[in-house]
Design a binder for this molecule. Sequence first.
Ligand code: ZN
Ligand code: ZN
Length: 324
Amino acid sequence: MPNVKHSATGFLAKLACCAALAACAGVAKPLAESADVELFVLGVAQDGGLPHLGCDRACCKNARETGRVEYPACLGLVDRRHEHAKLLLVEATPRVEEQTALLHKLADVHGRGRTPVDAVMVTHAHIGHYLGLALFGREVVGAKNLPVWCSPRFAAYLRGHGPWQQLVKLGQIDVRAFVVGESFAPWPGVSVRAIAVPHRDEFSDTMAYVITGPNRSALFVPDVDAWDRAPGLLAQLLEGVEVAYLDGTFYDGSELPERDLSEIRHPLITVTMDKLADVAAAHPGRIRFLHLNHTNPALHDAAIRASVQKRGFTIAVMGERFAL
Ligand SMILES: [Zn+2]
Ligand SMILES: [Zn+2]
């Protein structure tokens, strides 16, 4: 796909194994022109990242030995049409410091001080998606009214419970609830639509985001229940988007021998590939998977990545970019 490019220099050099996998899997070449509004992938792992706390299996033992790190699923956006480039973080993961530093590097933005980003959007209240908000509080950034976009239910949770409540009271974050299903603008010129998706909704509901820049739209659905539980949802989400980042938590379920397949709530990558075979054949690279569990063989096995690629799908890699 011509619009997604991959950076593997400098900061990312230590991710060489991941970059090499991507390269042999045929990730598209860089765009010649630089775009005003770009989206970056800042992490592709499930909430716990890789290595995963409490895992002594080969997936994480090897990562610890080689120094390989995969951050939890997260996107960053830069809008260069302003005097000072504007930055948006999609998810505030426990690795928010490293991922914001990566965003600055990829966007070539420097000297942001205590305004490391201009706005944050969060999909739902599971730890890998919002714990990083805590670092905008007085102990770390001490932000001033950082806009945090989320659903009304999530907003009520943040306003009503510590430690988030304190960030709100001290004016460090400015919680902004959007209307689910309607477009909102983190700033003029970038439009976002949140779509409710089924998921384990203990503290908040769960959103998918369609993010639209001056030319293109991207979909972000890091966490969702199996597609069969919500008939029609997948087609609705994909409508009008040029690139889709989908829940790829588990590959085919065989990576969890101790779990009954029917208990896995996420859509398996193999199932999504079967459902979207025609889309991928017509637009190779349009469908990209992230939020991979540490055990997911698509994080570790070059042959599996190559077979995914051969079918027109892609396992997203940290550092790839898409012009909106
Ligand atoms: Zn592991
Ligand atoms: Zn979740």
